[in-house]
Design a protein around this ligand. Sequence first.
Ligand code: GUN
Length: 301
Amino acid sequence: MNEAAEDQRQHRDYAARIDGKAFALALRADVAQGAAGFQADVGRQPGLAVVLVGDDPASQVYVKTKMRQAAEAGITSFPHLLPGSTSQTELLELIARLNSDDRVDGILVQLPLPAQIEEAAVIEAIDPAKDVDGFHPINVGRLSTGQSALVPCTPLGCLLLLQDRLGDLSGLKAVVVGRSNIVGKPMGQLLLNAHCTVTTVHSRSRDLAAECRSADILVVAVGRPEMIDASYIKPGATVLDVGINRIELADGASRLTGDVNFVAASSVAAAVTPVPGGIGPMTVACLLRNTLTAAKARSGR
Ligand code: GUN
């Protein structure tokens, strides 16, 4: 029996905590198996180029995690750690070299980039076949027209968790809070492709709480600590919290929290992702999955 059905059978009146960390671990094991098969067939590991410009501490942590987990899954990383003063021309030259390097199946340029570099120009320079972030307009267009595409990692991770928990999503009402290119917009497309009725809300939306209360599936990606409380949630909803916010505590220490008040949400929802340990680990696992997908497609497998 799946976890949701078990909850129902036992008449549990508190929300299930969706364990993204455990799901991501299993997903990375699948990717490792696929990567081993790729190596046996092709004679090399799938390759991921990881580009970081500057020394933003959060980006440094993300990039280190991505490279460590790539290695554990049997994916070779090619790190390119560049100074914050790197020019756009220099970065575009690097991307051109990575595009034509046959050992490189995926190219990840960690965002945000320093102010002197135009993000759109960099994203458009990446070969769409190596665009493991799914940010290139070709992949965005392919996703929005329902064609096979490399899909942004965070919303892909959300979709996999939802399908694992709820099975077929057809006809469910999904509300996405936030309209970023990285999460909100592609999340809406993925849910629409999965036959949900989708509404995207944002800072200018009227009566945001009422919109959210209509959702069977609520995905929140706005970067505002704990803005979603119980009054935004329909009883029995499934809530995915994409926010990762560091908040300062009175004693000078800090802690991570999401865009959802986990305790409050748990009193109303059927299931909620925690922060940390929810969506975050799924993002990295999906990056590795996309790298394997790109590697196989590039070698005709
Ligand atoms: N910065 C924050 N999230 C992401 C992501 O998913 N990919 C990249 N490249 N940079 C990010």
